[in-house]
Design a protein around this ligand. Structure first.
Ligand SMILES: NC(=O)c1ccc[n+]([C@@H]2O[C@H](COP(=O)([O-])OP(=O)(O)OC[C@H]3O[C@@H](n4cnc5c(N)ncnc54)[C@H](OP(=O)(O)O)[C@@H]3O)[C@@H](O)[C@H]2O)c1
Length: 277
């Protein structure tokens, strides 16, 4: 793609890792960022241009944006906001810091990066901003409250921003994957162990079942797809003259989007309680 520059966050594993390599092969100039130095080294060894970017740290975002723009003569075709994690735990078991941390990474870091890139896109008169949201950006599931809230908030921010950017040549797209093969579950399990004490919880028994699901090898949910399913939508959002506002990925996303429109709330809750395990 004639060397168009795109910055991607969270490229150490999963969707970010796969997309960075695939877009590089497609001819994009990919800036594949990761928060750990060892992952940056690994990405460089793969032949990618890679920089350290920790979404929890504004100084890291600022420095990396400056480094990337220095490489591109102050131009950036697109950003794929992707780096995030899921904080499991019942809403009542989330202390303030745990909830805040979820928003620091999944929302405030993304906003911080956008805030620094938008003037560049405005000056060049075009740009593609792609947010990796989730099916959990529009339906809720038990013990995913922190993550649900961060993705719902992201959807609200993106919808507002799209209205504000009308006519600027800058397009905003949300991708809404259901279950995708990645390290998401392992990273969520680590966040659960770090921040939730099941022994003090009214949900102790339910947590036990959740732990079994999070520890399970292989696809945990039916209809799991590989990261190439997300890549397909990222490419459309980057290359179509009319990128979509939202891209559904996986059957559960299509199904819940439809069911949310047609079912009474009580029925939808019943289904979501079952589907969430
Ligand atoms: N997999 C799914 O089923 C699924 C479904 C819907 C939406 N999504 C979304 O897809 C995106 C990618 O997730 P994934 O499934 O590919 O999971 P993943 O394999 O766990 O990848 C998440 C990436 O985010 C990075 N990250 C976490 N905290 C960060 C921080 N503070 N600063 C910078 N990077 C950070 C991780 O880096 P470290 O290795 O350093 O932790 C990792 O590179 C996320 O936005 C997620 O919400 C995933």
């Amino acid at each position: 793609m004639d060397n168009r520059a795109i910055l991607i966050t969270g490229c150490s594993s999963g969707i970010g890792h796969y997309t960075a390599h695939a877009l590089h092969e497609r001819g994009y100039r990919v800036f594949a960022t990761a928060r750990k130095a060892a992952d940056v080294e690994r990405l460089r060894a793969d032949g990618l241009e890679s920089f350290q970017l920790d979404l929890d740290d504004s100084a890291s975002i600022e420095a990396t944006v400056a480094d990337v723009l220095a490489c591109t003569d102050n131009r950036l075709f697109g950003v794929f906001h992707n780096g995030a994690y899921g904080q499991p735990g019942a809403v009542e078991d989330l202390d303030r810091n745990t909830l805040r941390q979820q928003f620091e990474t999944n929302l405030f870091g993304w906003h911080d990066l956008n805030h620094r890139i938008l003037p560049v896109m405005r000056a060049q008169g075009h740009g593609r901003i792609i947010y990796n949201s989730s099916v959990l950006g529009f339906v809720a599931m038990r013990f995913r409250g922190a993550y649900n809230a961060s993705k719902y908030a992201l959807e609200g921010l993106a919808d507002t921003q799209r209205l504000e950017l009308r006519g600027t040549g800058i397009h905003i797209s949300l991708i809404q994957p259901g279950p995708i093969t990645s390290r998401f579950r392992q990273n969520a399990f680590a966040a659960y162990k770090a921040n939730i004490n099941p022994d003090n919880s009214a949900f102790r028994d339910a947590y036990q079942r959740m732990e079994e699901r999070l520890e399970k090898e292989g696809p945990a949910a039916p209809f799991t797809l590989g990261p190439e399913a997300v890549l397909k939508r990222v490419i459309h959002a980057l290359e179509s003259p009319r990128p979509k506002h939202r891209y559904a990925v996986t059957l559960p996303t299509y199904a819940f989007a439809y069911l949310k429109r047609v079912l009474p709330g009580r029925w939808l809750d019943h289904l979501l309680a079952k589907a969430g395990g």
